[in-house]
Design a protein around this ligand. Structure first.
Ligand SMILES: NC(=O)c1ccc[n+]([C@@H]2O[C@H](COP(=O)([O-])OP(=O)(O)OC[C@H]3O[C@@H](n4cnc5c(N)ncnc54)[C@H](OP(=O)(O)O)[C@@H]3O)[C@@H](O)[C@H]2O)c1
Length: 248
């Protein structure tokens, strides 16, 4: 494992799920971490879970409000961040024929435009040799019924990753994590019985026969953020979702 002493990383979406797991891993390896999200209470809870350490601070922001994002990131010292990790998103799905477009625009505002605006606002804060890690999802290339727009948002993030890697290199590297199904708070809205049944049936369809844990995705974030020869890459961390067997 790498020693991240002296590095500073900003995790937007760091109060929950995979963002929190990645922040915990980076913190454990010696990095100073900044957790960002909308809810001050969730940020505080995450900070406490990391032991209330002085190496963990928080920044409350809503990534759908790009003016607020600009103002929030101005609070960071110029050149003071090595790694930006953006896992935050609000996702929605529903039938193509009936799902209100306003809902889908809100999803794009968070998942795509939020990440776009954050990456841009963070540019002055990112040190030379630093990295940006974005999050898409397997739906970008392996669609699911009722998920056409979410898949499109994920595909847009992957295209943004490749474009930014080209445009921001060699100063910065830009990569993307495409998770498969992972047990996080994202799924808390579903009724527990339905959620567990979905986890079970998705897990059974995968070569690894289970869904993922946030800590497994955190390891991929660490690789993307710190491997100096990796940029413009979309890293599938999905238990083999892309090579699932056809129905027998
Ligand atoms: N979990 C899965 O099965 C799965 C599968 C494929 C892809 N993904 C993708 O992986 C990423 C991480 O998912 P996760 O499961 O770790 O999510 P999660 O547990 O729901 O965490 C989401 C985080 O983002 C923050 N957030 C949400 N909306 C925000 C906004 N508008 N502005 C700022 N912060 C915001 C949340 O805090 P607040 O609510 O306090 O703002 C929270 O910290 C997402 O992009 C998701 O689409 C997830």
């Amino acid at each position: 494992m790498r020693d991240l002493t002296g590095r500073r990383a900003l995790f937007v979406g760091g109060s929950s799920g995979m963002g929190f797991a990645a922040a915990r891993l980076f913190h454990g390896l010696g990095a100073t971490v900044i957790l960002a999200g909308r809810s001050a209470a969730r940020l505080e809870r995450a900070r406490q879970t990391l032991g209330n350490s002085p190496a963990v601070t928080s920044l409350a922001l809503d990534m759908t409000d790009l003016d607020q994002v600009d103002r929030a990131l101005l609070q960071l010292p110029a050149g003071g961040i090595d790694h930006l990790v953006i896992s935050a998103a609000s996702v929605t799905h529903g039938p193509f024929a009936t799902q209100p477009v306003t809902e889908l625009r809100m999803m794009f505002d968070a998942k795509f435009w939020g990440a776009y605006g954050l990456a841009r606002a963070a540019l002055p804060s990112l040190r030379d040799g630093g990295s940006i890690t974005l999050f898409s999802g397997v739906l970008s290339r392996r669609p699911g019924i009722n998920c056409a727009a979410l898949g499109a948002a994920c595909a847009a993030i992957e295209a943004l990753t490749r474009g930014l890697a080209l445009e921001l290199g060699p100063r910065l590297r830009v990569n993307c994590i495409a998770p498969g199904m992972v047990r996080t708070e994202l799924h808390d809205r579903a009724p527990p019985e339905r959620r567990e049944a979905m986890f079970q049936s998705t897990g059974n369809s995968l070569p690894v026969k289970r869904i993922g844990q946030p800590e497994e995705i955190a390891e991929a974030v660490l690789l993307a953020a710190t491997c100096g020869y990796m940029t413009g890459h979309v890293l599938d961390v999905d238990g083999g979702h892309m090579v699932r067997q056809y129905a027998t």
